[in-house]
Design a protein around this ligand. Structure first.
Ligand SMILES: [Zn+2]
Length: 415
């Protein structure tokens, strides 16, 4: 691995590992970031598509902890949706310095409320200076609330020499305020990056992982508590949640977030000063397991399957469909889940079907199970595969427990 990429990887590891910062819930977000080396940024800055621009000289000069702090700072701009929120708040070039200060206050609060204040570093000093003599900026508010105060009271920074680190233009990217900088790559640049939809899924994953780890319920005030509640209590209808879970399952495992430097990027030569990683995106393999036992509601099954079909078609996934009840009756490779010949009837044992999934080649990276849940489950998921369970229920129906290694979407038939 080139030395800069190596340093970035070490800093990410520093953040999630037990010996150091202990923030494993950030893992999915950290690995979704696409690193781009660029002399145009002062240290580390991000654009709104989750590209992390790193200044190679700075990266090589600092230790893992300092780099980790800088990465986490940018990551929280992305997680807290500061780009979209700035646009909604009406932030422009003249007021963006005040928005930065407000968003950084919110990040400092977030680090404190999430037990990661060890990462505050120099941010803590800046925040203390902002809060000195401004009691309206006491912790517990949102970036928008801070901004309303700061845009009236914070003088704009003095025009700085662009060669110095102080140049605001080089310190933050569109991740912080939604405004594209001259040094940012276009949205469609083939280094990759996350779409708004994928970013939403990453945010949700981080929030869910945080709650799983810390067991807090987001009743703390301020930016972080509100964010946790918004991310983990979605009021979306189940078809949307199911499609989301499928896209996310494919996204995690298909290499979407992996950057490889093994092949030179053909655009690199035309972008001086920017070293771009190569990009590799294999076709995702997905297995669908359909519980065809008599207790599954046909109408609900059809609706759930068409949602999953739609999501998989968009992703260009290759799909294996296994129709099963007590034993696997049919294993057919089809393009659409709804093309599966539905056979069977009788009691269900999904352990048999999931064992069959494990024998498929190429191995599926995502397994989607359609079932009413009245089945025993294996101890572990099929090797190397994420599992999404579409739990087909009549309204408010009680069901057996689905193992925690699966993402469960409750699909309820309307009354
Ligand atoms: Zn910032």
């Amino acid at each position: 691995m080139p030395p800069v990429a190596d340093r970035v990887a070490a800093a990410k590891l520093w953040l999630i590992s037990e010996q150091t910062a202990q923030l494993p819930y950030l893992a999915q977000a950290l690995y979704a970031l696409v690193t781009v080396e660029s002399d145009a940024v002062a240290r580390v800055a991000a654009d709104r598509w989750w590209r992390l621009y790193v200044n190679p000289a700075w990266v090589m000069a600092v230790d893992a902890a300092s780099l980790a702090r800088a990465i986490t700072h940018q990551l929280w701009h992305l997680l807290l949706e500061h780009a979209d929120r700035a646009a909604r708040a009406g932030v422009d070039a003249a007021s963006r310095h005040a928005w930065h200060a407000a968003a950084d206050l919110a990040i400092a609060d977030t680090l404190a409320s999430s037990g990661a204040s060890v990462l505050s570093g120099e941010l803590a000093e800046r925040v203390a200076a902002l809060r000195a003599g401004r009691p309206q900026l006491d912790p517990g508010k949102s970036a928008e609330e801070y901004w309303l105060v700061l845009r009236k009271t914070l003088p704009p920074p003095e025009t700085s020499d662009p060669r110095e680190d102080g140049g605001e233009e080089r310190q933050e990217g569109s991740a912080a305020d939604g405004q594209e900088r001259g040094w940012e790559l276009p949205e469609a640049a083939d280094v990759g990056g996350l779409t708004d939809f994928e970013a939403g899924a990453v945010r949700q994953r981080v929030a869910i992982d945080y709650r799983a780890l810390r067991g807090e319920h987001g009743d703390q005030p301020g930016e972080f508590g509100r964010w946790l509640r918004r991310m983990t209590e979605p009021s979306l209808p189940w078809p949307t949640l199911l499609a989301q879970a499928v896209r996310r399952g494919v996204g995690w495992t298909s290499g979407r977030t992996h950057t490889t430097y093994t092949r030179p990027n053909r655009r690199a030569a035309s972008t001086p000063g920017v070293v771009m990683p190569g990009w590799r995106r294999p076709q995702p393999q997905v297995a669908c397991v359909v519980d065809t036992s008599g207790s599954v509601d046909d109408v609900l099954l059809a609706r759930a399957m068409s949602e999953v079909d739609g999501a998989l078609r968009q992703l260009g996934a290759a799909v294996d469909v296994l129709a099963c009840d007590a034993a696997v009756h049919a294993v057919r490779r089809v393009r659409k889940a709804s093309e599966a010949t539905l056979v069977g009837g009788g009691g269900t044992d999904l352990r048999v079907a999931l064992a069959a999934v494990e024998r498929l080649r190429p191995r599926p990276t995502l397994t989607v199970v359609f079932t009413d849940g009245w089945t025993p489950w294996p101890e572990t998921p099929p090797a190397g595969s994420a599992v999404v369970v579409a739990l087909l229920l009549r309204r408010d129906e009680v069901t057996l427990e689905v193992p925690s290694w699966a993402t469960v979407v409750r699909c309820e038939l309307d009354a």
